[in-house]
Design a protein around this ligand. Structure first.
Ligand SMILES: NC(=O)c1ccc[n+]([C@@H]2O[C@H](COP(=O)([O-])OP(=O)(O)OC[C@H]3O[C@@H](n4cnc5c(N)ncnc54)[C@H](OP(=O)(O)O)[C@@H]3O)[C@@H](O)[C@H]2O)c1
Length: 310
């Protein structure tokens, strides 16, 4: 009989992992810190909840221990709760901790296994339920060399609904993840949408229309990019969109843009980003960013639109 899967934390990824694993027939045990605000939710969702400090009593019944708390907590949780325990298969969903700490196999008592879904948590559940393809990468470079372990990891991936699972180094996974967040996903995508929205509004375009053009249409266009693929997409768009897109590409994505992209890459590759993030009060930054977006009329139109849909 398969052993249970332990999840540490019950945030975005952990909830999805718990649901998908249960749907695949795996026993899931959730381990939380004392006084965790998630205890009730875990129980309401029908999972067994335990205290992280008691994890030592479960080791014989657990195959993988998945550390699904925010990346900056991994080191501390490992040191406080796991480091002294007998051999463990620890799974992480992103390589930040071993990469930023320069962990080396020779100094590790446990296996640290990377299994990184390339997907936000909500989409991972949706894609599991709809049997849609979902990519991930894994690395066993900090793990015990064992074919059995690799089979176990690939089985776990399959039970999570990950359909395309490729080997990758921890360094590559971490650097690529940071780079795509910085250059596309969490910067140019939302901020160019907002800059364009603000521009149109300043030129007298009604806010509702500017919202639909610059934000709402993003999802539709990205859906088409993924559904049709690059060739299908550029075959599909209108002559004006094709001409305008190429004109703007030449103007906007110039040598200067590439130099800036290079600077972001260098800061990742040389690990300057580790120092920067460690020296930043992330919660204060989040509050500042949220306030800016709350004050934007783009957000007001988004909320209106969401209410209309319901
Ligand atoms: N979010 C995504 O879609 C996504 C996608 C791919 C990979 N990942 C990776 O998945 C991992 C988890 O990310 P996430 O976004 O799911 O995290 P998250 O939602 O922010 O995790 C929150 C959970 O972590 C617990 N937690 C926070 N600090 C803790 C501590 N010091 N000790 C014990 N528990 C603590 C919280 O406990 P309480 O309940 O007690 O507050 C909560 O249950 C990360 O490695 C991330 O890079 C995430």
């Amino acid at each position: 009989m398969e052993k249970a899967i332990a999840l540490i934390g019950f945030g975005s990824q952990a909830k999805t992992w718990a649901l998908n694993l249960r749907s695949s027939g795996r026993e899931v045990r959730v381990f939380l810190r004392e006084n965790s605000s998630s205890q009730l939710l875990v129980r309401e969702m029908g999972f067994k909840v335990f205290l992280l400090k008691d994890i030592k009593n479960h080791l014989e019944e657990i195959e993988f221990l998945c550390l699904l708390t925010p990346d900056h907590t991994h080191r501390e949780i490992y040191q406080e709760h796991l480091a002294l325990l007998p051999y463990l298969n620890i799974v992480i969903a992103h390589g930040w901790w071993p990469w930023s700490e320069k962990l080396e196999k020779k100094n590790l008592k446990h296996s640290v296994i990377l299994l990184a879904p390339k997907c936000i948590a909500s989409e991972m559940r949706f894609r599991y339920e709809t049997k849609a393809p979902l990519g991930a990468v894994y690395s066993l470079e900090l793990a015990q060399e064992s074919r059995e372990l690799e089979i176990g990891v690939l089985t776990l991936a399959q039970q999570l609904g990950l359909t395309g699972v490729y080997p990758a180094s921890i360094k590559d996974e971490t650097a690529a993840d940071l780079f795509s967040e910085q250059v596309i996903l969490c910067s140019t995508l939302p901020y160019i949408a907002k800059e364009s929205y603000d521009w149109l509004v300043a030129k007298g375009v009604p806010e509702q229309l500017a919202y639909l053009e610059c934000w709402f249409e993003l999802k539709l266009i990205v859906d088409a990019m993924i559904k049709k693929g690059p060739v299908g997409f550029f075959n599909l768009i209108s002559p004006n969109a094709l001409y305008g897109g190429e004109k703007a590409r030449e103007l906007l994505i110039d040598e200067n843009f590439k130099i800036k992209m290079g600077k972001l890459w260098d800061d990742i590759e040389q690990r300057k980003i580790v120092q920067e993030i460690n020296n930043t009060d992330i919660e204060a930054l989040r509050k500042k960013v949220i306030k800016k977006w709350q004050e934007s009329s783009l957000t007001k139109h988004h909320n209106n639109w969401e209410n209309i849909k319901e």
